[in-house]
Design a binder for this molecule. Structure first.
Ligand SMILES: [Zn+2]
Length: 175
């Protein structure tokens, strides 16, 4: 269920994504909150294409070293794109109980991976997942990125399902 401050928090995540876009990086931004308190915010960086996702950068920022958070703190992860398997898996290891994302990733999004066959540690996890908050704004950033990038991965049709979703959404809006 969408909560009162979800759109405000997603605005902050979108602002992070815009920083990535200005740097020529695939524009994903993320914010972690405990209620109305912002614990951290980050964006995807290119130090390592496969590890420095917005969510991972954020997790390092908030959880590196000792921390006192528990599942009772109602931690919510906001991200402008549905998390990949790495970020979703890391989220399961952390005391995060809610995930709000803007745009679905039809290529590699894992928010709806089924955990019935997961080991006991993860079987007990219950994470509330809300998709679509700020979806069009996130989609426009991805479209801007795809229009401008010279990255061969994207130019040669990388993540085809995702690219098709972005292009179809933008085409539909321009009619
Ligand atoms: Zn990721």
């Amino acid at each position: 269920m969408v909560q009162l401050n979800d759109e405000c928090m997603m605005e902050l995540a979108l602002a992070e994504a815009r920083i990535a876009l200005e740097r020529g990086v695939f524009p994903v931004g993320a914010v972690l909150s405990a209620g109305s308190q912002i614990l951290g915010r980050s964006y995807k960086t290119m130090i390592s294409n496969h590890l420095n996702h917005a969510e991972m950068n954020l997790f390092h920022q908030v959880f590196e070293g000792d921390y006192a958070f528990s599942r009772a703190d109602n931690l919510t992860l906001y991200t402008t794109l549905e998390p990949c398997i790495m970020c979703f898996g890391t989220m399961l290891h952390l005391p995060i109980t809610r995930l709000v994302f803007a745009m679905e990733d039809t290529y590699g999004g894992c928010a709806h991976v089924r955990l019935e066959n997961a080991p006991p540690r993860h079987l007990s996890r219950s994470i509330e997942i809300v998709g679509g908050v700020g979806r069009l704004d996130a989609c426009k950033l991805f479209a801007d990125f795809l229009d401008a990038t010279a990255d061969e991965f994207w130019l040669t049709g990388g993540a085809p399902h995702f690219q098709a979703t972005v292009k179809a959404e933008i085409a539909a809006r321009r009619i």
